[in-house]
Structures are given as structure tokens and as C-alpha cells.
Design a protein. Structure first.
Length: 278
């Protein structure tokens, strides 16, 4: 796409390319950058998100069976990257921050720090099996970690922190752990993105609060899901908006991680829970 124009004498060398002297917000320029040649860096890796409130807050009764299932799949040759949510401590932190009037960027930074606690607890039980703390400064070494048999564990909150955009409604950060983990999966071109929650996919309402809630089909497009405008979702709405524009990971699956064997079935491609696709 680029051509080097070597200058002579007093003439400077230039690099000629299609974006030279163009506005990078021009709609025609943006349309011309569309490509079907985007490289998937880790196409054989599955990213698995463990919900903070739904899995990690329940303690050993939920974490240890999940740990055992992760280890079994890892020993069977599946390459995994794990991510953790915030849980009740994150909500407590948000409540205090709201009471203090902290800006939304400050709230995002505080919640990200709390999420690190869940990561370290999961790391403790996975350490004998190859679990390791994925520090974001070393994301470039992720292929080496995976290929050498490690199980990288990351916090889910994306590192926007003080640059978290103000939300359209309310005063909570919209980019939570679901967004961060899906963004990671999309960036590396992962084979799968699986969210382990405490509900068997998406319902018309929260089934824990509304016994009349009905499950949605096993596969639903993101456009159909957003059009339903459901009162509650087990996945962050901002993650659905990301999915609309994804180039590599064009679907993700939401399963009940508390049911033994569900993660294994999802990794094998079985239709459980709800899969949201483009």
C-alpha cells in the first residue's frame, strides 16, 4: 500500500500511501480501509470469562469444580485464556464511589483494582496446573504463554480507566469485564468466546427474579436481541454493540458455568445456553 519516494538534494524522502494528506474521519476514506485480510493471531485459543457475582463470589463450591473442569480441558489439549469479573466487591466499590461523586473514569479505575483480587484467588487454585497472571504490559508475549502450556488469567475490565467515556444513562462505567474479555478475544482472533454465568443463557427477564421469564432460542442475532430491548441481560449491552462491528470473533456463547460439564460441552461446540451472533 505504501511507496517510498526518495528525495534528492534538498528534497525530502516521502512515503506515499492512500492515507497521505487524507482526513482519517472522512467517511469515504474509512470505507476504503475495509479488509477481509485481518489476521487472527491465536485462532486455536478459547477465551473463557468467569462471572464475578455468578461464579467467583460463591467461593469454593463454585470455583473448585470450575477449576477442575478447566484443568481437564487443558490437559486434553485445549488452549485457554481465562478472565474474571468483579462481583460483589466491585459493586460495593461503585456504591461508595457514587456516594463520593467520583467521575465515571475514576470509578472504572477503582473497579479494575478490585477485580485483581478475584484474579489472584483464581490464580492460587490454578497455579499448580499452569495458571499465570496475564499482566497487560506483557500481552505481546501471550502466544508464548499459550504455546508453552500455561493458562493465562486476566482481569476483565478494559484498561480505559480515566478515559472511560461518560455513559448515555446513569453514572456507571459501561465497559465492564464482558466488554474487556470479548475485546481481547476479538483482538487475538480467538476460536471461541464463552461467558460462564449462573443462568442457562439469555431469558426474556432475569429468571431468578421473574419465574415467568422464558429462554430465548439457542442462537439469536445481536440485531434481534437488541430489538427485543429486554429489561435485564446476563451480558453487558456494550459487548453486544462490539459484536455488531466484530471482524474475527463474530459470536459468543453464554452458558451456566455452575452446571458440571457445561464448559466442556461448550468448548466442544455443543449448542447449550445462548449463542449471540452477528
Amino acid at each position: 500500500m505504501s511507496r517510498v519516494l526518495v528525495g534528492e538534494g534538498l528534497h525530502r524522502t516521502h512515503v506515499e500511501n492512500p492515507l497521505m494528506r487524507e482526513s482519517l474521519v472522512d467517511s469515504a476514506v474509512l470505507a476504503a480501509t475495509e479488509s477481509d485480510k485481518i489476521w487472527a493471531m491465536l485462532p486455536d485459543v478459547a477465551v473463557v470469562g468467569l462471572g464475578g457475582r455468578s461464579i467467583l463470589d460463591r467461593g469454593a463450591s463454585a470455583i473448585l469444580p470450575m477449576r477442575d473442569e478447566i484443568v481437564r480441558n487443558h490437559k486434553d489439549g485445549r488452549k485457554l485464556i481465562l478472565g474474571v469479573g468483579t462481583g460483589v466487591r466491585g459493586r460495593h466499590t461503585l456504591t461508595i464511589g457514587l456516594d463520593l461523586g467520583i467521575p465515571v473514569g475514576g470509578l472504572a479505575a477503582c473497579v479494575g483494582a478490585v477485580e485483581e483480587q478475584n484474579l489472584r484467588m483464581l490464580l492460587a487454585v490454578l497455579a499448580p496446573y499452569g495458571g499465570m497472571h496475564l499482566i497487560r504490559d506483557f500481552l505481546g508475549q501471550l502466544p508464548m504463554y499459550v504455546e508453552t502450556g500455561m493458562i493465562p488469567i486476566s482481569i476483565g475490565i478494559p484498561p480505559y480507566r480515566f478515559w472511560e467515556p461518560p455513559p448515555e444513562q446513569g453514572h456507571l462505567p459501561i465497559n465492564g469485564p464482558d466488554v474487556g474479555l470479548y475485546h481481547l478475544a476479538e483482538t487475538i482472533g480467538a476460536r471461541q468466546m464463552i461467558f460462564c454465568k449462573d443462568v442457562d443463557g439469555i431469558y426474556t427477564d432475569d429468571p431468578a427474579k421473574n419465574p415467568d421469564a422464558k429462554p430465548l432460542p439457542h442462537r439469536i442475532s445481536v440485531a434481534e436481541l437488541l430489538a427485543l430491548d429486554l429489561p435485564d441481560l446476563p451480558i453487558e449491552r456494550a459487548a453486544l454493540e462490539l459484536l455488531q462491528n466484530a471482524r474475527l470473533v463474530r459470536e459468543f456463547q453464554i452458558i451456566d458455568g455452575l452446571v458440571a460439564g457445561n464448559l466442556t460441552r461448550a468448548l466442544a461446540g455443543e449448542k447449550i445456553g445462548t449463542t449471540v451472533h452477528q
